[in-house]
Design a protein around this ligand. Structure first.
Ligand SMILES: *[C@@H]1O[C@H](CO)[C@@H](O)[C@H](O)[C@H]1NC(C)=O
Ligand SMILES: *[C@@H]1O[C@H](CO)[C@@H](O)[C@H](O)[C@H]1NC(C)=O
Length: 323
């Protein structure tokens, strides 16, 4: 019965020119925050890796509920509430609550569409005076940002470090996006819509240093600078599609065909992402103090750190910090 109705759904979707889903990051398999805790480096289960987080319990940073999804996405049972607060520091003084795809699929070749939807409300709203990096690749060749640019209260789309598009980040509105990435020609464009409206292409592809190793896409939020106010972000509809793009909201996240049975056990990786490069500049002039900014796009302050500290590229090319 179930299998049959999935087949019908899949047929309905493909008949409107849908691509193939190469990774399904819906939260249908996550009914409580504890489900994210089942993943570890030694036990890599589920759709997401969960290690870029603060020191508190998972329920402080991640929560799942039907009320947290875009209601137009009928194929999803629930969405994710992503919270950052003053305890959410990870590997730096930045607040980070981020999920990473747990997959052996190669999500970095051909023409792929990274679909997701984000929302905020007026409760625990994101602070427009602080820089946020949202739904990004570790190399930051494309990402959403909030709290920066000529209109910091806009949600802005960046490719190659430049803002290409932005929209007022109004409360209680679902903003749907697809990053349109051609890993062969190394370009990225943007599709967008609100609510249940179909996606339209809002920015044609531009050159970017496209790169992913399939663990590179960060579902969640990084806030630069440690301050107290807690913030909630809502995320729904995360999936990666091989073109042509599905523009309809809600019919896209068709369950993928069952994964092939692995014939070999993949080596269990305990390797964290490599440390960022350290600046080798020779100190001269004013020195920055610990956890102060020492470089990055648009930054014009001191670029050398006090003795014993290094200028670390924590979010290159945008933010470097003395540590
Ligand atoms: C989701 O749950 C279903 C049913 O338990 C299971 O068959 C499937 O493999 C799960 N998917 C993932 C990605 O864990
Ligand atoms: C992606 O780039 C490759 C190499 O330039 C090109 O052949 C292909 O047509 C592009 N795909 C799309 C969908 O534009």
């Amino acid at each position: 019965m179930l299998g049959f109705s999935w087949v019908l759904l899949a047929f309905a979707a493909t008949s409107v020119n849908a691509g193939r889903i190469v990774w399904d990051g819906s939260f249908n398999n996550y009914t409580t925050p504890a489900d994210f805790d089942r993943w570890s480096w030694a036990n890599q289960v589920g759709s997401y890796q969960w290690y870029i987080k603060g020191s508190g319990p998972t329920s402080r940073y991640l929560n799942v509920d039907a009320a947290y999804k875009n209601p137009a996405i009928t194929s999803e049972q629930r969405g994710l509430k992503v919270t950052i607060d003053s305890t959410a520091t990870w590997n730096s003084q930045m607040m980070r609550t981020e999920l990473i795809p747990q997959t052996t699929a190669n999500l970095g070749q051909g023409n792929l569409f990274y679909h997701f939807s984000v929302k905020r409300t007026n409760t625990n709203p994101p602070d427009p005076t602080l820089e946020h990096q949202v739904m990004f690749f570790e190399s930051h060749f494309t990402e959403l940002k909030y709290g920066v640019g000529s209109n910091p209260s806009n949600l802005g789309w960046y490719a190659g470090g430049q803002q290409r598009w932005s929209t007022p980040f109004s409360p209680d509105v679902w903003f749907n996006f697809a990053y349109d990435i051609n890993f062969s020609s190394r370009t990225v464009g943007l599709w967008a819509s609100t609510g249940g409206n179909p996606l339209t292409k809002v920015v044609e592809n531009v050159a970017a240093t496209t790169f992913t190793d399939s663990r590179d896409f960060h579902v969640g939020v990084l806030r630069i600078v440690n301050r107290n106010p807690p913030e909630d972000w809502y995320v729904s509809g995360v999936y990666v599609e091989e073109g042509p793009i599905t523009t309809a909201i809600g019919s896209g996240a068709v369950p993928p065909p069952p994964p092939p049975v692995p014939t070999t056990v993949p080596p269990s990786s305990t390797v964290a992402p490599p440390p960022p490069p350290v600046s080798t500049s020779t100190p001269s002039g004013p020195l920055q103090t610990k956890f102060g900014q020492c470089g990055g796009t648009g930054y014009s302050g001191p670029t050398n750190c006090e003795t014993g500290l290094s200028c670390v590229a924590v979010a290159p090319p945008f933010y470097y910090q003395c540590q």
